[in-house]
Design a protein around this ligand. Sequence first.
Ligand SMILES: [Zn+2]
Length: 329
Amino acid sequence: MGLDRNSRVIGIDVGGTFGRGIRGALVDGTGSRVAGKEAVTPRTSQEDLIEALITMASRLADVAQRDGAPASALGLAVPGLVDEARGVVYRSPNLKLQDVELGRILQDRLRLPVFLVHDATAGALAEYATGVGRNVSDMLLVVMGLGVGSAVISGGRVLRGAHGAAGEIGHISLDPAGMICGCGGRGCVETFASETAIARRYTMAAKQAILAEEVIARATTGDAAAARVWNDALGALATVIATAVALVDCELVVLSGTMGIASGALAPLGALLAKRINLVHLPRVEVGELGGDAALVGAAAVAFERIGAGHPTLEWRGRGSSPRNSDLV
Ligand SMILES: [Zn+2]
C-alpha cells in the first residue's frame, strides 16, 4: 500500500492540550482531510472517554467503508506521558487517564491497528510536514490551550528523550511555592498559562468567573486584573520558551492550540522573546497553519508510517526520502 489518494487512516486528537474537545478526521494518503468529526471530551471517567473515542473512530471508519476506501489504522494523539511503542498512557493530568493500555483496548474493540503519539509531537510533525514548518529542519512547537505542551524537531527528527517525555515545558516549575498543578507539582507553567489557570487566577483576583478568552480580551481594554493575569501567563511562557530555544537552537517557534492560535499572543510573546534571547539566534515566531487540526493530522501521519505505507511527513513536504530525515517518525 502506498501513500495514494485512496489510502485512508483515521487521526484523532483526544483533546486536553490543544483544545477542549475530541477531534477526529479521515485522512487520505496526500494528507488531506476527507471527513471530520468533533465531540466533547468526557471528563467523568476513563471508561466514558474510551467509549467516546470508540464512537468517533467507528463513525469515521463507517464513512471510509461507504466511500469504498476502508481505513487501515487509527493514529491517536494523547496528552501527558505516553509510551508510544507499547500504546500505554501513563499519566494524562488533564484527562482521567492513568496507566491504561489505551492502544490495546481500542485495537480490540475497533479491529484496527491503533498507534498512540504524544499530542504535541503529533502537532509538530504535522506543521513540519505540511504547515508553517515545511521549510525548516529545527523547530519548537508550543501548544497553548487547556494545557501547555511542546515538541522539538531537531535536524529533521523528533526529539523524544529517554522516556519519550522531551518537551513537557508545561510542567517546568517557576515557583516551587506556587499554585498546585494537575501533575502534583507547584508553580508549573501550566498554573500560569493554561486556559484553566488564566480563568482561575482572574477569578481569584477580580472575584468574577469568566472564561480565559474573556480575560485575554479584557487585558487590552483597561482591566488591570486581567492585564496582570495575561502578562503573568505570557511571562511564564517566554521564560520557558527562551530556555528551550537556548537548549535546542531552533529557527522557528510555532504557536499552536486554541490560545496559541486565537489569543493574539504572537506579538507580545515575540517581543518578550526578543528581550530575553540575546546570545543565541532569535527564532521566528509564527502561528501554526493547521489550526485545531495539527495533532490529528500528525497522528494520521504516524499511523501511515507505522503500517508501512511510507513516510508521510517526508512525502507531504515534497522532499522525497532524504537520508537525513529517514527516521523522522
Ligand atoms: Zn505541572
